[in-house]
Design a protein around this ligand. Structure first.
Ligand code: KIV
Ligand code: ZN
Length: 402
């Protein structure tokens, strides 16, 4: 009876995976609360994690890599606080290939429905990791992986496995690892570029090779996970979507180890703006992206560069006269998308040395003033003589009565 029940479970799991694969949907797996939080200085307490998890749910992510239960009691508490509260995304917990880690994940996720909880196992597979970190042979590493997956599938319906440092693992061994992982019962296989060394071309080649050389891949989801050491994490993620990856692992604002991870909001906006190229739907609610970026920045204390795509304070601001004039005529002249698309406040015309008459007049109109040409000219001259920075409203109004 129990074998029959197991077979039904496998059939159901496969049907769900086939559904995702056939729909071509790009599934966003967010790891802000795990890989993102691993970043020095980004530590979050359980209440803050829950707040971000709620915002990620509202933004429509498919799954949440919620923490690493074996690493701390705070991680367990944070995950427990999400159980029964975060209802739509699948909650996953990171585990090494150790039974104790899987037990800790089981404890943290207890109470969540089976189709909404999973483990994300990882084990280093590259020569560097095998020799120096694990001090294990290929055969020993394979055994560790298979044993832990078999242990995990007894407890979880959703079992992801990622060969850590996959991008520096011998391709033949990598494919062998995936074959064994799938045979042992993994439902998702991950491809992490742990030290962020790939280019889009090489990343795509890996994904194509895996799809060609791993029988049974059609029964699992293929997830990609890029670090940003060469500033290519988003480009690599997009290249892999084109090559057929089903799941993309990202963090909000790209926070994460060293140079960070692929930024969720950047991948989402590229997919949104280039639907013709990717032809892959996703379920992210992009109008939530900018507030999500601000929330993560505020709670982690990791501030955003002014130029940060989506969340940076200069993304919808300009000081240049020609751009200001164009934006006033039609915002699309100098923007790739409107601020409201991502839930941002609006365009900001900064008055500074590079500004022109049109923006000054526009701001004065907003302040209820109707200057004549002479006054306008005087303000313009004053702005051109500004040593540095911005002419704020009070100073602007003062110039009217000079
Ligand atoms: O970058 C990485 O390899 C990881 C693993 C834990 C999947 O974050
Ligand atoms: Zn990572």
């Amino acid at each position: 009876f129990s074998r029959a029940k197991k077979n039904v479970k496998i059939k159901v799991k496969r049907a769900v995976i086939r559904h995702h694969r056939r729909s071509g949907t790009v599934l966003f797996s967010d790891t802000t609360l795990r890989d993102g939080e691993q970043m020095p200085g980004a530590t979050l307490d359980p209440i803050e994690k829950l707040q971000i998890a709620k915002a990620l749910e509202a933004a429509g992510v498919h799954s949440l890599d919620a923490g690493f239960p074996a690493s701390s009691q705070a991680d367990i508490e944070a995950i427990q606080s999400m159980v029964g509260v975060i209802k739509k995304p699948v909650l996953t917990a990171l585990c090494r290939t150790l039974p104790g880690d899987i037990d800790a994940a089981e404890l943290a996720l207890a109470g969540n429905p089976p189709h909404k909880r999973g483990v994300s196992l990882f084990c280093g597979t590259s020569p560097l990791h095998r020799q120096f970190k694990l001090e294990k042979s290929k055969a020993e590493v394979l055994k560790l992986i298979v044993d832990s997956i078999q242990y995990a599938v007894e407890k979880f319906d959703i079992v992801a496995f990622s060969p850590e440092d996959a991008s520096r693992t011998e391709p033949d061994f990598l494919c062998e690892v995936y074959r064994e992982a799938i045979a042992a019962g993994a439902t998702t296989i991950g491809f992490p570029d742990t030290v962020g060394i790939l280019t889009p071309y090489k990343a795509q080649n890996f994904i194509c090779q895996i799809q060609d050389q791993v029988p049974g891949i059609e029964n699992v989801l293929l997830a990609v996970h890029f670090h940003n050491d060469l500033g290519l994490a988003v480009a690599n993620t997009l290249a892999c979507i084109e090559a057929g990856a089903n799941v993309v692992q990202c963090t909000v604002n790209g926070i994460g180890e060293r140079a960070g991870n692929a930024a969720l909001e950047e991948v989402a906006m590229a997919l949104y703006l280039h639907q013709d190229e990717f032809e892959r739907p996703h379920h992210l609610n992009i109008s939530q992206l900018e507030p999500l970026c601000q929330l993560v920045s505020n709670l982690t204390g990791i501030s955003l560069s002014p130029m940060k795509p989506v969340g940076g304070c200069n993304i919808f601001a300009t000081e240049a006269g020609i751009h200001q004039d164009g934006l006033l005529k039609n915002p699309d002249t100098y923007l790739p998308y409107r601020p409201e698309t991502v839930g941002a406040d609006g365009i900001k015309l900064v008055l500074g040395r590079h500004s022109g008459k049109k923006a000054i007049l526009h701001r004065l109109h907003e302040l209820g003033k109707e200057p004549n040409e002479k006054v306008l000219q005087r303000v313009l001259v004053a702005i051109k003589e500004l040593p540095k920075g911005e002419l704020v409203d009070d100073d602007l109004l003062l110039r009217l009565s000079d």
